[in-house]
Design a protein around this ligand. Structure first.
Ligand SMILES: *Cc1c(COP(=O)(O)O)cnc(C)c1O
Length: 430
């Protein structure tokens, strides 16, 4: 605390809040989205499995636009991001008896998509600099059963794609990129999701590209595209030249598909949002850079610094870390509550590592084999994730829309963090 300054009590304890204006809302309806929804409603085609009306489906339009946006050839939309991961894994012929490397610090769907097809998720610790999967730890976790490496670009950072593409090339193990928190990011100038054999994205409500619930997988490989199309539409794939009044899908059945299709309403919303993504990403990036400068001035406060090779980062969940060596033991949950009270924008702890995450409970599933050896393989508690555990204990995070506002919003975040750090003793004794 600077000398002579009167410490003002935290809003959490009844003091004046740091900020009382409103925040940008997310997601935001635009006239284009409303018009797109109306046009689907009146088109008579609400699903790709509806008759061809003479107009390309919104699902196909979104697929083409999203593939082009990423500079790749194919995109297969799905009902959600989990389904995009599932069809990606299944298209690589992964299943029972296989292992897939998954970061230990990520949303539960990364691991549950793997266990959901009967393969063993092998939880790998994160790099403390990026909070994304560590390439060294991944290399050490490879066994003769490793069938894929799933990296997740998260926390406004990215997995080290130089190291992971090299690891994939030397071992021959395919690389899957989960880009659900990194739509539009670029690594050495190219979009993330195009370094691996396939990229998977969620379009769920809080992601930076959203249609409420949705997902999409991208690839440059025509065989994977063909297989993923079948996997998501009960074994059917698109007909090149459809006829009006007929189905636009043909029966193939070279794999066991299921229905993971994105509806025309959702595809139309995603399509209407896509042109906004670059400008929203740019705005968040400017505000995030400003925030990082301010936060670095506060003793004991650290940010996740994006690696230099991440030439354009996507701001999704912005993480603020507190150094317990400088600040003492951290009442992290109370720090998050205190920031929420100061700012009026939701601040929370980041998700627990998957070896200690309530939502990751593969042994509760009857889909898995019941023998002792399998149960041990799927048990999340067998993994040791010290970097992920430490990061989770010392971090809070808030959503990307808080950085879609003005510099006033951004500065308020830094001021609130400074105030909370000055009042840590009050939080500890509360
Ligand atoms: C959101 C998310 C998913 C899951 O997407 P859903 O659309 O919710 O199924 C998967 N991976 C990551 C990293 C995510 O953030």
């Amino acid at each position: 605390m600077s000398a002579g300054r009167i410490r003002s009590p935290l809003a959490l304890f009844g003091g004046p809040a740091s900020f009382s204006s409103s925040w940008p809302s997310w997601p935001a309806a635009t006239p284009e989205i409303v018009a797109a929804l109306q046009s689907v409603a009146e088109s008579g085609r609400w699903a790709i499995s509806g008759a061809f009306t003479g107009m390309r489906s919104h699902e196909q339009q979104f697929a083409d636009a999203f593939a082009a946006y990423n500079g790749t050839r194919y995109a297969v939309p799905t009902v959600n991001g989990s389904a995009a991961l599932t069809i990606g894994l299944e298209a690589l012929r992964i299943g029972v008896g296989d292992e897939v490397l998954v970061p230990g610090l990520t949303w539960v769907a990364c691991a549950s998509a793997v266990s959901g097809i009967g393969a063993v998720p092998v939880l790998v610790d994160v790099d403390p600099q990026t909070l994304c999967i560590s390439a060294d730890a991944a290399r050490a976790a490879i066994t003769p059963r490793t069938a894929a490496i799933m990296v997740v670009h998260a926390y406004c950072s990215a997995a080290d794609l130089d190291a992971f593409t090299a690891l994939s090339a030397t071992t021959g193990i395919p690389l899957i990129e989960d880009c659900s928190q990194a739509h539009g990011a670029r690594w050495r100038g190219l979009r993330v999701g195009t370094y691996g054999v396939l990229g998977a994205f969620s379009l769920q409500q809080v992601k930076v590209l959203t249609c409420g619930e949705g997902g999409v997988a991208i690839t440059a490989n025509p065989e994977l595209d063909d297989t993923m199309q079948q996997l998501r539409a009960d074994g059917r794939r698109r007909i090149a030249v459809p006829r009006r009044g007929q189905l636009e899908l043909e029966d193939i059945g070279s794999v066991q598909g299921r229905n993971y299709c994105l509806s025309e309403f959702h595809a139309a919303v995603a399509l209407a949002q896509l042109p906004l993504l670059d400008q929203q990403n740019a705005r968040r990036r400017v505000n995030a850079a400003r925030l990082r400068v301010r936060l670095r001035e506060i003793p004991g406060v650290l940010c996740v610094e994006p690696p230099a090779a991440l030439t354009e980062e996507t701001i999704y969940q912005f993480v603020i870390q507190f150094d317990p060596e400088r600040l003492g033991p951290l009442p992290t949950r109370r720090v998050a509550d205190a920031l929420f009270a100061e700012l009026g924008v939701f601040v929370e702890m980041i998700d627990a590592p998957l070896n200690a995450n309530r939502l990751y409970n593969p042994l509760a599933s009857r889909r898995l084999p019941l023998d002792e050896r399998s149960r041990r393989a799927f048990d999340p508690h067998r993994f040791d994730l010290p970097a992920a555990t430490r990061a989770q204990q010392n971090s809070v995070a808030f959503g990307h829309w808080a950085l879609l506002g003005s510099s006033k919003h951004t500065d308020a975040i830094a001021e609130a963090v400074a105030k909370v750090v000055e009042n840590l003793d009050d939080l500890r004794s509360a």
